[in-house]
Design a protein around this ligand. Structure first.
Ligand code: GDP
Ligand code: GDP
Length: 439
């Protein structure tokens, strides 16, 4: 599981600036799609070969008793409790404030690993900017400039070292396993996740195991269907009791994000008998950003009239329009209907996500696309696309080489994406198009 770094601090210290810097490479990959609720609080980052998840906890008002600040404080507390490392940001220009002290007290009680980080310290001397912050009793502060990038790289490396030091054996254990397609089952509490797990693995010898050596209680559930191997990875809000899986009250954003980022295919479960919520849309947005393959499972399809079913379908088309690349299956986890079709979609999504696309086939498809519709000129030059090769899998990345490609518009990129998707039947996976100009 990827380590989680939580950014905590009072408003205006630079949390979102740091968040954007850490996740920027991914930011550009998701165009603004209609209906997509962008949640800029959860993201994936990478330093060299080291991936991680980062949470911006937003403005933090630990003393609030009610209202939106109180809600945010609850969210922040949960994020802090689940993070591997807390980056506690303070403002080097403004200096130490009483609010910083309140947050310090809270963080100390949380028992988490905390790094005190002084932001906005560009052009300032270490000794002068840090002096007053020693009073917090958090040891030597790190100094960075989130806006300019100074010190950020070292800070993250140090945070990741600390994260792994606290769970030493995990990296190897995960790599030694090969249990087929890794599936993340995600959805709000009560949509039917544990019911589905029991239906999927119920008749088999349950070989679920609790992962040793982890700070959280992770459960991975390998299972077999129609001769194929799958592993359900750590489903948030589920625990095992004997041979059955049951839901626990708590919903964990962190666990949801982690399982999404570890999966090959995500099954996003929705409840046909409830409205699609903000939370559903946020999770969907994150899945899209992560690049994982996706199948939407609309559960509790039993007991709905055909009018109600039409309503559900219409609402989904409207609210989750941006998930158009994914197949939707209507199931009843309780009655066991639609499960076979669901798994067929999982297989198809996995196949598409890991397809091998040769350079000649991609280049031919590119040429066909251009013949049908040329890119527009930009300032007198027309972008010239010459050939395409595959730059990655899960999600498939298609790299297009040529000249003057910064003139290719977003709509044209989307046109190309659709063309590749249709040509190679890439159902159920996001697709990324990268443009590389020769000079
Ligand atoms: P948040 O409320 O903690 O998320 O803070 P923001 O990221 O929105 O930043 C608050 C303000 O501080 C913005 O005007 C930023 O441009 C500015 N800021 C953030 N990082 C730096 C920095 O490293 N140096 C300076 N000088 N300003 C910064
Ligand atoms: P979880 O919190 O996502 O794990 O949800 P559960 O699996 O605990 O299910 C929550 C409730 O929905 C339970 O009362 C289930 O019996 C019920 N439920 C789950 N799947 C279905 C279904 O397909 N149809 C109906 N009608 N109820 C279901």
């Amino acid at each position: 599981m990827k380590p989680v770094i939580a950014l905590v601090g009072r408003p205006n210290v630079g949390k979102s600036t740091l968040f954007n810097r850490l996740t920027r490479s991914r930011d550009a990959l998701v165009a603004d799609l209609p209906g997509l609720t962008r949640d800029r609080h959860y993201g994936e980052g990478r330093i060299g070969e080291r991936p991680f998840l980062v949470i911006d906890t937003g403005g933090f008002e630990p003393v609030a008793k009610e209202g939106i600040m109180y809600e945010m404080a609850i969210q922040t507390k949960q994020a802090v409790a689940e993070a591997d490392v807390v980056v506690f940001l303070v403002d080097g220009r403004q200096g130490l404030t009483p609010h910083d002290k309140t947050i310090t007290d809270f963080l100390r009680k949380s028992g988490r690993q905390v790094m005190l980080v002084i932001n906005k310290s560009e052009g300032m001397k270490y000794t002068s900017v840090t002096a007053e912050f020693y009073e917090l009793g958090m040891g030597d502060p790190y100094v960075i400039s989130a806006a300019h990038g100074d010190g950020v790289h070292d800070l993250v490396n140090e945070a990741l070292d600390q994260a792994f030091a606290s769970r030493p054996h995990e990296e190897e254990e995960l790599e030694n396993q090969d249990h087929g397609v890794k599936i993340a089952l995600v959805g709000r509490p009560n949509v039917g996740k544990s019911t589905l797990i029991n239906t999927l693995v119920g008749e088999q010898r349950v070989i679920a195991f609790d992962m040793p050596g982890t700070t959280r209680d992770s459960i991975e559930v390998p299972f077999e269907r129609d001769g194929k191997q799958y592993t359900l990875i750590d489903t948030a809000g589920i625990r095992r009791r004997g041979k059955v899986f049951e839901a626990i009250e708590k919903f964990s954003v962190v666990k949801t994000l982690q399982s999404v980022s570890e999966a090959n295919v995500v099954v996003l479960m929705l409840d046909a008998q409830q409205d699609i919520s903000e939370q559903d849309a946020h999770i969907a947005g994150f899945i899209l950003e992560s690049g994982r393959a996706l199948v939407v499972a609309v559960n509790k399809w039993d007991g709905l009239t055909s009018d109600q079913r039409d309503d559900v379908k219409n609402t989904m088309d409207r609210k989750l329009d941006f998930l158009g690349f994914a197949e939707t299956r209507f199931i009843s986890a309780l009655k066991g209907t639609g499960i076979k079709q669901l798994m067929t979609s999982v297989d198809a999504a996995y196949k598409a996500a890991t397809a091998n696309l040769s350079t000649p086939r991609l280049t031919r498809a590119l040429q066909e696309a251009i013949e049908k519709q040329e890119p527009k000129r930009k300032g007198g030059t027309r972008p010239k696309m010459r050939y395409a090769h595959q730059g990655g899998q899960n999600p498939p990345v298609i790299v297009i080489h040529g000249n003057a490609l910064d003139g290719v518009t977003e709509p044209y990129k989307r046109y190309l994406e659709k063309h590749f998707r249709d040509t190679f039947s890439l159902i159920g996976t996001p697709l990324r198009i990268e443009l590389r100009s020769g000079k």
